[in-house]
Write a protein that binds this ligand. Structure first.
Ligand code: TYD
Length: 205
């Protein structure tokens, strides 16, 4: 049986990732999942990390909880699905930790890379689709939502993360694909499908 392909979406809050995770998985017959919270154990970790009451959560504890979530996610869901020949389309991946806990919270990025690699046993997504929406537009969208613990951070936090995503994409262009997230959903979707076909040779069903 041919192994499935592991594709992750990345981007800031409100960029439209979840819509395109669903649409891509439907188009190529893959399964959808997310980090944090793709498993039952991960959902418990997610609830604790997003809870606005947990203002005392330390950055290192947050980083370890994120990596614990993804160790469980990789073992329970991602690796078995890929082995069963299914494509996995994930809303976020270990790259979010490099962006949020590294660039955002200013933890050491090499250390984060090391223990996250261990957590996922080197199963990094082979294609990362970064949905690029300018920060002003995202902050405007966030004003309409009830905010979680991350979304309450200030603008400079999101600016560092945005720069971090672009830095990672520029350093590893064969893995990363930057998609302009500002056109209509249908236009963004067709750019994604074209990119997935060009990069991985997977065509829509
Ligand atoms: P999620 O709800 O999927 O984000 P979104 O608001 O884009 O739908 O993710 C929850 C939050 O967790 C989000 O603010 C980003 C953050 N996060 C990290 O800080 N590090 C990580 O490794 C991951 C996967 C997410």
């Amino acid at each position: 049986m041919t192994r499935g392909r592991y594709i992750a979406f990345e981007g800031l809050e409100g960029c439209g990732k979840s819509t395109h995770v669903t649409r891509l998985a439907e188009a190529i017959g893959g399964i959808t999942t997310r980090e944090p919270g793709g498993t039952a154990i991960g959902a418990a970790l997610r609830a604790a990390m997003l809870d606005t009451k947990n203002t005392m959560l330390s950055p290192r504890a947050e980083a370890l909880m994120m990596s614990a979530d993804r160790a469980q996610h990789i073992d329970e869901l991602v690796v078995p699905a890929l082995a069963a020949g299914k494509h996995v389309v994930s809303d976020r991946s270990a790259f979010s930790s490099l962006a949020y806990q590294g660039y955002g919270r200013l933890l050491n990025i090499d250390e984060l890379k090391r223990f996250n690699s261990w957590a996922i046993q080197d199963n990094w997504p082979e294609l990362v689709i970064f949905i690029d929406v300018p920060i002003d537009q995202l902050l405007e969208r966030l004003q309409k939502r009830e905010l979680d613990r991350f979304e309450r951070e200030d603008r400079s936090f999101f600016e560092r993360i945005y720069t971090g995503f672009h830095t990672m994409a520029a350093a590893d262009p064969s893995r990363w694909m930057i998609i302009d997230g500002t056109p209509s959903k249908d236009e963004v979707q067709s750019a994604i499908l074209q990119g997935v076909q060009d990069r991985l040779g997977i065509t829509a069903l």
